[in-house]
Write a protein that binds this ligand. Sequence first.
Ligand SMILES: Cc1ncc(COP(=O)(O)O)c(C=O)c1O
Length: 407
Amino acid sequence: MIYLDNAATSWPKPPGVAAAMLHFLDQVGANPGRSGHRLSVEAGRIVYQAREALAALFNVRDPLRVVFAANATEALNLALHGYLRPGDHVITSSMEHNSVMRPLRALARPPAGRERIALTVIPCSSQGFLDPTALEAAIRPETALIVLNHASNVCGSLLPVREAGAIARRHGCLLLVDAAQTAGAYPLDVEADQIDLLAFTGHKALVGPMGTGGLVIGERVDVGRLEPLKQGGTGSRSEQQEQPDFLPDKYESGTANAVGLAGLGAGVRWVLERGVAEIRRHEVELTQRLIDGLTAIPGIAVYGGLAAARQTATVSFNLDGLLPSDVGLRLDEEYDIMCRVGLHCAPAAHETLGTFPQGTVRFSLGSINTTAEVDQALEAVSTLARAPIQNQKSRRSRSRDKIGNRP
Ligand SMILES: Cc1ncc(COP(=O)(O)O)c(C=O)c1O
């Protein structure tokens, strides 16, 4: 079986991840930061080590500025709902995932009686790239935030985050980066890239489990202005009825997903050991092989810039005469290839690429994929392109025949 759905979630995980989670459940088990006994202290240490590993990966000086959340979506919602105020202007791109677009649309069109933010969505090119001069031209005196997807989850195109960081500094606003597709797969340095808020997810290229992610809160962010999404117990300042105002507790109420964070810590340490530069080198090599192989197939449309150096390891395509859903089903049933089809929670990106509403077939490689797997996937797509009409019953429909048609 070939797993090419790493942009949805990475799999398989490196062996240390499951081992760290099992160790936590079997040997530690206690609630981090809640009790003074040694198991609770050990749980707190494991969670802090995950914070430290992430801080090292993103070049964050103070690990306490790494705030954990359930996923990138929660981190993005914290940044957007927590930071923005009525009357603020926000600039974003047309390549955003719905985890940015939906909160921004909600803030721009709030229920009756509530004040709104102003939103500018900069159109990207039909290959999914953003011109930073268009970004700068959209700045207004009331612009509070630039929000950018670091890389498209549809076609992999990399957006000019470093240029956006410089623009944000020049104009006195903040830069929020959605690094769901790049954290662990592409070098990220909050100092050099001048990123003020960095939302990441733990379960993709950071190779941790689902249910982990977070927000890096940079030193330029006014923590007094950034409101938490929730209030509650933090294990700190228990004598107070008000939410603590310090990092990370202000934003981390309730028992942490400590088992998940144990796994995330192991995943990030694996990434650090292998090195993001080496992971990137491997993925660029495989991605270019995939792009070159796909574009050579007659009757195929491949989207994006078609240059691995300008994108992540995510490649979208369509085959003439076949719906993406049919291609995905046949790749699964006839070739044991797992990929994702459709709109990938990013309708604006598909409108930009000209693939709305049918969407695309998406192959997303991970650090563990091999050249042989890419070649097998190319062979499968090439066969499907040559014989778009299914001439043999799929395994699943054969087995449905055996068990009969149940309601
Ligand atoms: C670009 C982008 N942003 C945000 C998200 C949301 O990540 P999560 O599922 O961890 O909330 C995804 C997930 O696919 C994504 O690709």
